[in-house]
Design a protein around this ligand. Structure first.
Ligand SMILES: [Zn+2]
Length: 97
């Protein structure tokens, strides 16, 4: 089965050739952005800032889009349901006034 990738620039899904090259364009396909030059620029900048390898980021993107395994959702455990964090102590509250 071929891998569908998710562009981190436009969130589009794309299916590059299995060889990951476009021979007619003399270009290499990327696992993190589609062929749009503006996506390429944006994604390469953000990857440089993140410092995470692109194959790892590509996996996260596929998983978030539901293309790779189960979509991970936040656990609906006891913490998220209607419980407020504890009130600030009186001393902390008075500093806001
Ligand atoms: Zn794109």
């Amino acid at each position: 089965m071929r891998t569908i990738y998710v562009c981190l620039g436009c969130a589009g899904q794309y299916l590059p050739p299995e060889s990951m090259t476009y021979p007619s364009l003399e270009k290499t396909a990327s696992p993190v952005h589609c062929g749009n030059p503006s996506c390429e620029a944006v994604v390469e900048d953000s990857l440089a800032m993140m410092g995470v390898p692109e194959d790892v980021v590509a996996k996260w993107a596929r998983r978030a889009a539901g293309l790779d395994g189960e979509v991970r959702r936040p656990r609906s455990g006891r913490r998220s349901r209607g419980r407020r964090p504890g009130a600030a102590p009186a001393s902390a509250r008075s500093k806001l006034l």
